[in-house]
Ligand binder design. Sequence first.
Ligand SMILES: [Zn+2]
Ligand SMILES: [Zn+2]
Length: 354
Amino acid sequence: MNTQKDSLHLKRRVNRKNKDQALAEIAGEDFSRRTISFYRYVSLSGPQAMRDLLFDSLDEMGCKGRIYVASEGINAQMNVPLPAWGTFDDFIQSIPEFSGVPYKIAREEASVPSFWKLTIKVKKKIVADGIDDPTFDPSNTGKYMDAEEVNRAIDNPDVLVVDMRNQYEAEVGHFPGAHIMQVDTFQEQLASVEKELGEHKSREVLMYCTGGIRCEKASAWFKHKGFGDVAHIKGGIIDYDRQVKERGLENKFMGKNFVFDERLGERISEDVISTCHICEKKPSDTHYNCANLSCHVLFISCDTCRLRCGDYCSRQCCAFDKIPSRLKKPMIRMYNKVRRTYKPTFHKTKFRPQ
Ligand SMILES: [Zn+2]
Ligand SMILES: [Zn+2]
């Protein structure tokens, strides 16, 4: 009896629709969705039970998104059907561990939904940091700066401003003068702090990331590494932007804030600070994933190159994709290796929004 009940439960806890079906369903909805994110570092004693509780309830409300649950807390990026907003809020706030958690609300929705399925995973950590140092105390975080303080710090040449995001995120938008590390993961970034920035330990540091979650950990890591004066933007670029708008402050962030959903970015200022990866000439900050699934690299393309190459990052990928899959399989590794060496502007990242 129990087994039958359990299997019924299990069935409800997975996504059954494919992308086209799900998108068609969302397109037919007579309500809109609100894209939000929230996180909290909090000790969760039963991440799996929490995961199931969240999945059952959020699925019922029709929420979509990507949520990570770990014994160290929760990291959620998702959208909520507007009619279910009250129910959603009551539910999240009723969970003692999440009570009072603030939501960051996206400033714009795109023509495509930010998420089309609900994925909730139990992870070892809510942000993979690669840290394996028992003397590291992640609760010893840096101080917060609000938007006004951030603006002053950006103008102060004595302050070392560090972008705690990956190179492909900073490429389309960042604060002027920020130090950008040429890395594709947060782990790589933390590992290179000492080498890249070790000589600046006596300087005041201001760091920032998308929504603040990475800086919670990174600021503690910088302090652990001997940086004396470490601050970060409370709520990241998302909340900086909100504060700037609300308080009528000058916006100092240039370009787009890269986001990890189908929208791939929110425009903060009109500046286009990056260049098309294909022609390497025209300014563009629109990301695409290469349609050649054995490449699937995240790349920036201008409108002209997009017309010429379609959904592909290059002519080679376009041609390669036409090879019958039987022949393609053994060629994939070699193909990618040669292409990356030949065109290093393409990132290693295989990031996919879903
Ligand atoms: Zn181009
Ligand atoms: Zn490609």
